[in-house]
Design a binder for this molecule. Structure first.
Ligand code: PNS
Length: 162
């Protein structure tokens, strides 16, 4: 069985992430979407909130499993007996960061490859950061994120305004 891990912050998951997930799920037998628990990086959504939004947004993909990890990704890949890392690639701006990360992971685990799924052209400009920034100042991001995320963003910002 070919297992791939799709790691990330997913703070929050966007339509771009879902697209990468849908496409990679056709290549691998099982995809584990692994949400990083990073104590040094402040996330807008808690780990539980992020997992919950991913669960709702990926319910239509049968071979996806949701999990969390902390520490070294390489250790997590060994634990899950994964053969590949999935990462989405939008533009050249992503490329340098992604290449460094892929090379570091290759150094740590020579048998594992990073597979880049290039972004659907409709989602090239979408990132979790820009979605949060736009939503924070009242922008309508409905077409950029799954329904559950749109609702969560609205709630988050209503709460933080009041
Ligand atoms: O969505 P992000 O924030 O770009 O995801 C980055 C992530 C979580 C994939 C990366 O930071 C990571 O793998 N963190 C775990 C720590 C690690 O293994 N670092 C060494 C590889 S560079």
């Amino acid at each position: 069985m070919r297992v791939a891990v799709y790691p990330g912050s997913f703070d929050p998951i966007t339509n771009g992430h879902v697209d990468v997930l849908e496409r990679s799920s056709k290549i691998f037998d099982r995809i584990i979407i692994a949400v990083v628990h990073n104590v040094t990086k402040k996330a807008m959504f808690t780990l539980e909130e992020r997992v919950d939004m991913i669960r709702q947004s990926s319910a239509h993909i049968p071979n996806v499993e949701i999990d969390c990890f902390s520490g070294l990704l390489a250790n997590y890949l060994i634990e899950k007996q994964a053969c590949a890392i999935i990462r989405g690639l939008r533009t050249v701006t992503d490329f340098e960061y992604e290449l460094h990360m892929a090379m570091m992971n290759k150094e740590l685990l020579p048998d594992i490859d990073t597979i880049f799924i290039t972004s659907n052209k409709n989602y090239i400009f979408i990132s979790s950061s820009t979605v949060k920034e736009a939503a924070m100042v009242g922008g309508n991001v409905e077409s950029l994120v799954p329904i559950s995320v749109n609702e969560a963003l609205k709630q988050k910002y209503q709460v933080s305004i009041s």
